[in-house]
Design a protein around this ligand. Structure first.
Ligand code: FRU
Length: 480
C-alpha cells in the first residue's frame, strides 16, 4: 500500500496510481472477514460522512465522502448510490471528482435540495490557499433525473475577518421567497459557529451573521450541521469538535454528535431558541449524520459509522468505515427517537429464538430482545474474546475491552448511558460482522460501534428473551 505517513501521498489522485494498485486493494477489501454485508461501505479506500441525502425521483440518494487509495483522509470525492427499498441498491460510482480549481484539494461534505426538478448539491470546495494552508468555499452542483452531475461553481466565499480556514459543510432550507444556507465553522477566536446566508435564490446569498444557539464555549469547530423544520420545531444536529464532560455518561466519543430541538430559526435575529443539547449517540463510532425527508414524510438519518481519530485493525486491508443503517427519526417532547427503517425487515432470512446461548452461523444479524432490569448480551468467539452490552437496571454499559483485536483504546473501552426505561422493554441490535447498532429506551438511547472479534462463534445472554434474525446481503447493481 502507498505510504500515507508521507502526507503528500494523501493528495494522490486516482489517475496517479496503476490499475493494478486499485485491483489489489479492492481484492483485499472484498476478502476481509470484517467487511459488512448489509451496510453501505467503500469498495476500497476510506468512506466518511454521508452527503447530499435526499429522496429524489422516486429513490433515496446517498452520497458519501470517499478517498479511493487507502484507509486515510486524503483527496475526497463524492461517491453515489441510490435505493428504492434499502435492500436493492444501484451503484453510480463517483459523482464528483476534485477536478476544479476551487475543489482541487477535495470535494468536502454537504447536503442537497430539490429545486425545480433538479437536485442541487451543496458542498465545500477545499483548495490550497495562496497564504499557505487551505481555503474552503461553498459550492453548487446539480444533478438531473438521469443522475448526471454538473458543477456550477462557488456560491459562498469565506469572510476571512470572521472565520479561520475551517468553514464548511453547507446545509440549506427555503422559506417563502428566500433561500438560506448554513455553514459550520471556526471563528478567528477559535469558537465553533454556524454562519447564516440568505438570498432570493442560491446564487445571491449574503452573510447575515452567526446564529445564536444559546450556549457559549461549545467547542472550537462545528462540523456537519444538519437543520430541518418539522411542524412547529426546528431541529439542529451538530458535530462539534472540542466539547467534553466530566460525567462518565456524556460526550465520551472521539467527537460527539449533539442535537437541539427548539423553535424554527429566527432568521431576522439570527436566533435559534431551543431546549439545550442532547447527545445523539453514546458510542463509540458515530459522526457527521445527516437527515432528509422521504416521500412518505419520514425523516431519515444516516451517519458515518466511524470516527476520524481511531485506527482500525482492517486498515491494513486498504479500506475503512461504513455508513450506519438508515434510521427513522421521530420527535417526542423535544427529544429525538431513532428506529431502524422498517424496510430492513425485508433483509431477514431466517429467525431463531434464544434465551441463554445461540451458536452463530453468520455475523450479520438483527436481535429483537425483551430485556429485564438486569441483563447482558455477549458476542464472543470460542476463546472467550467478546463484546458485551449489559445493564444493572440503572445504566447501560457497552464494554469492548475484551475483543480479540483491540483498537483505539486511548479513547476508552467502555461507554455508559443512564437508562431511561428501567423496567423490561424491547431493544433492537443490528450486528454486521464488525459493527453493532443498539437501540434502547424505544430509540432514545443509541450506541453505534465497531468491534473486532476473530471468528465470532456464539452469543450468550442473561435477563433476555430474544429473537435472532439472520440478515441477507444488500443486492447491488452497477451503472458505473
Ligand atoms: C467531517 C469532515 C467534514 C469535512 C469532511 C472532509 O468528518 O471533517 O467537516 O467536510 O469530513 O472529508
Amino acid at each position: 500500500m502507498i505510504d500515507f505517513t508521507n502526507r503528500k501521498n494523501r493528495f494522490l489522485n486516482l489517475i496517479d496510481v496503476p490499475k493494478t494498485y486499485i485491483e489489489n486493494i479492492k481484492e483485499k477489501t472484498k476478502s476481509d472477514a470484517y467487511y459488512p454485508t448489509y451496510h453501505v461501505a467503500p469498495h476500497h479506500g476510506l468512506l466518511n460522512d454521508p452527503n447530499g441525502l435526499s429522496f429524489y425521483k422516486g429513490e433515496h440518494h446517498i452520497f458519501y465522502q470517499w478517498f479511493p487509495l487507502g484507509p486515510v483522509h486524503g483527496l475526497k470525492h463524492w461517491y453515489h448510490v441510490s435505493t428504492k427499498d434499502f435492500v436493492h441498491y444501484c451503484d453510480h460510482g463517483i459523482a464528483m471528482y476534485p477536478d476544479q480549481t476551487y475543489d482541487s484539494y477535495g470535494c468536502y461534505s454537504g447536503s442537497s435540495l430539490e429545486v425545480e426538478g433538479e437536485l442541487f448539491l451543496f458542498y465545500t470546495g477545499n483548495r490550497k490557499s495562496e497564504k499557505g494552508g487551505f481555503n474552503q468555499s461553498q459550492c453548487l452542483a446539480k444533478m438531473d433525473s438521469s443522475n448526471l452531475v454538473k458543477k456550477i461553481g462557488v456560491i459562498v466565499d469565506r469572510d476571512e475577518t470572521v472565520f479561520t480556514e475551517n468553514f464548511r459543510d453547507p446545509v440549506v432550507f427555503q422559506r417563502t421567497n428566500h433561500s438560506f444556507l448554513l455553514v459550520g465553522g471556526e471563528t478567528i477566536d477559535n469558537q465553533g459557529a454556524l454562519a447564516l446566508y440568505k438570498g432570493e435564490t442560491f446564487y445571491d446569498l449574503s452573510y447575515q451573521g452567526n446564529i445564536d444557539i444559546g450556549i457559549n464555549d461549545f467547542g472550537h469547530m462545528w462540523e456537519c450541521p444538519n437543520y430541518y423544520e418539522q411542524g412547529k420545531n426546528g431541529v439542529l444536529i451538530l458535530s462539534p469538535q472540542g466539547i467534553s464532560s466530566f460525567s462518565k455518561y456524556d460526550l465520551k466519543n472521539v467527537f460527539s454528535v449533539v442535537y437541539f430541538v427548539g423553535e424554527k430559526i429566527d432568521v431576522e435575529n439570527n436566533m435559534f431558541k431551543n431546549d439545550g443539547f442532547i447527545e445523539l449517540d453514546k458510542g463509540f463510532d458515530f459522526y457527521a449524520p445527516q437527515t432528509y425527508e422521504d416521500e412518505k414524510g419520514r425523516r431519515i438519518l444516516i451517519g458515518w459509522l466511524g470516527n476520524s481519530k481511531s485506527e482500525y485493525p482492517t486498515d491494513k486491508n486498504g479500506w475503512a468505515h461504513m455508513l450506519t443503517i438508515p434510521r427513522e427519526l421521530k420527535i417526542k417532547d423535544n427529544v429525538l427517537f431513532q428506529e431502524p427503517v422498517i424496510e430492513l425487515k425485508d433483509l431477514r432470512a431466517s429467525s431463531h429464538n434464544f434465551e441463554r446461548e445461540i451458536r452463530l452461523i453468520s455475523g450479520s444479524f438483527e436481535l429483537e430482545c425483551e430485556i429485564q432490569d438486569e441483563f447482558g448480551i455477549t458476542l464472543q468467539n470460542d476463546e472467550g474474546a467478546n463484546i458485551t452490552f449489559s445493564s444493572n437496571g440503572e445504566e447501560y454499559c457497552l464494554d469492548r475491552s475484551n475483543m480479540s483485536e483491540l483498537y483505539a483504546e486511548r479513547f476508552g473501552t467502555e461507554r455508559y448511558a443512564i437508562r431511561k426505561i428501567k423496567e423490561k422493554h424491547n431493544v433492537k441490535i443490528f450486528v454486521d460482522q464488525s459493527s453493532m447498532e443498539i437501540f434502547c429506551d424505544n430509540g432514545e438511547t443509541v450506541f453505534t460501534t465497531r468491534f473486532f472479534i476473530k471468528d465470532l462463534s456464539h452469543l450468550t445472554a442473561y435477563g433476555v428473551k430474544g429473537k435472532l434474525h439472520y440478515l441477507s446481503s444488500l443486492q447491488v447493481t452497477s451503472t458505473r
